[in-house]
Design a protein. Structure first.
Length: 473
């Protein structure tokens, strides 16, 4: 638990939280300090993210990125998921971070931030696991600490998102820097430097939503975290008040600063336990819309799009600020279109990877149906809520979603997360490798060598070191 006596306070004064307070707690944290529910949350996050990265590993947009990385990368030290290639550790982190986020299928924390924490953090950590020996306990602890730092730094800068920053690029870099520093065993001062080195690299603009750059943010955040951790390990320094300082992160990246959030409930509330997992491959604020459309479709039965007169959606303001693209032209843009999401949700009864392809965006029936979608903003609705009214064949169908599936209040269970993983992974790796990954992640804290995980993430048909040695699921 956070020790408030770290700072002397006058009677009646409020606690002045600092970057050092957060780093002192994280530096002192040990695996045995983690409650079982935190370890379980880490296991779920690792499995879900590896599956998302494998599913994204054959996305067409990776072709130019991997070609450039191949040309500029140094020593081939780390696995590129789903590919028969290796890159330098920092460059592999870019590639794997990109592919983990490119389908918008990766986990999302909505507790005061909208952050895909795992793509930058786990891409950084699993690349580093191939640079030096890393145990499963080390991996879990670093993941949890990085997760904690990323979310809390976001909560300390509550105006960050509305300023136009893409949090997975900015906060993701901070999270990855702390995670990398923790994995590399730096002390409190080193962890503080890792945070500062990461913060000075933090970047990513929402203007690039719907383009390849949006996913590059996650990869660059992972790579920036790797660099931050390795530099801190070598004694490279940074400002010690990087979050709360007069020109620190929470001051220049946000119009309001709440540094107390850095330590509020620290050690009693672990942010990774409030993570959300995606059943749909789109922006998280669209998930209650997909749930509503699925509910209406189940009630109405098979739907001829020509029979749909109108679709009215009552949604949170976040929906239009994040996902208000009226006429998406690509699958990437469609992931941020409430109009497309409602159309495919009603017609297909789903919001998976096939619903957000370039081909589905151009489907004439989908194009016609999304023109029938109207939006009403309700300031009182949460990000995980939505209402829907659809007039189909002269009959009105209604749905009210209180908590979208996959959120903290309506979570995906372990069976669903494993099923999602297998569906994602078996497209890319062998069934034996996918099953082995599930086994290893279930007991990840018992692994002596965490690099077994990335080394199993190779294409089907290519033997892994484990399979070559006769170790199969």
């Amino acid at each position: 638990m956070y020790n408030e006596t770290l700072h002397k306070r006058s009677p009646g004064s409020s606690l002045r939280a600092t970057s050092r307070d957060l780093c002192a707690f994280l530096a002192a944290s040990r695996f045995d300090d983690l409650p079982p529910v935190v370890v379980l949350a880490a296991q779920r996050g690792i499995l879900d993210w590896i599956g998302c990265a494998l599913a994204g590993s054959d996305h067409p947009s990776l072709t130019p990125l991997l070609e450039v990385l191949r040309r500029v990368s140094g020593a081939e030290g780390a696995t590129v998921f789903g590919r028969r290639m290796k890159l330098g550790v920092a460059d592999a982190a870019i590639a794997n971070g990109y592919m983990g986020h490119v389908l918008d299928y990766d986990d999302t924390h909505l507790g005061g931030t909208i952050l895909h924490t795992s793509s930058p953090v786990l891409a950084a950590l699993l690349a580093l696991s191939e640079l030096q020996p890393v145990s499963g306990r080390d991996l879990v602890l670093a993941y949890v600490c990085g997760f904690e730092a990323g979310i809390r730094c976001g909560q300390a800068a509550p105006g960050h998102h509305k300023g136009g920053w893409h949090l997975t690029g900015t906060l993701g870099c901070l999270a990855a820097g702390i995670a990398a520093g923790k994995l590399l065993g730096v002390n409190e001062q080193g962890l503080l430097h890792a945070l500062g080195i990461a913060a000075t690299q933090a970047a990513g603009m929402q203007q690039n939503r719907g383009t390849m750059c949006k996913y590059l943010h996650a990869g660059k955040a992972a790579s920036g975290g790797v660099l931050a951790g390795l530099l801190a390990q070598q004694g490279f320094d940074s400002a010690g008040d990087i979050i709360e300082g007069a020109q620190g992160f929470s001051r220049i990246y946000s119009d309001t600063a709440e540094p107390a959030a850095l330590v509020d409930g620290l050690g009693t509330r672990w942010e990774i336990t409030r993570n959300g997992y995606k059943p749909y491959a789109s922006a998280a604020v669209l998930h209650p819309v997909t749930d509503a459309m699925r509910e209406i479709r189940a009630a109405a039965g098979a739907i001829d799009p020509r029979d749909v007169a109108s679709i009215e959606l009552i949604v949170s303001p976040y929906v239009m600020s994040i996902s208000g693209v009226r006429s998406p032209e690509t699958g990437m843009q469609a992931k941020f279109s409430v109009f497309h999401t409602a159309a495919v949700g009603l017609v297909d009864g789903d919001g998976g990877v096939p619903q957000y392809t370039d081909e589905r965006v151009r489907d004439p029936a989908v194009l016609a149906l999304r023109e029938k979608v109207g939006i009403v903003i309700d300031e009182h609705l949460r990000k995980d809520q939505a209402r829907a009214n659809a007039v189909i064949a002269g009959r009105t169908h209604r749905s009210a979603i209180e908590h979208a599936r996959g959120t903290v209040d309506n979570p995906m269970d372990d069976v669903s997360i494993e099923a999602k993983f297998m569906a994602n992974a078996e497209r890319i790796v062998s069934a034996a490798a996918a099953c082995r990954l599930v086994e290893l992640v279930r007991d990840v804290e018992r692994l002596d060598d965490a690099s077994q995980l990335p080394r199993l993430c190779v294409p089907a048909g290519e033997k892994t070191s484990e399979e070559s040695n006769g170790k199969r699921a």
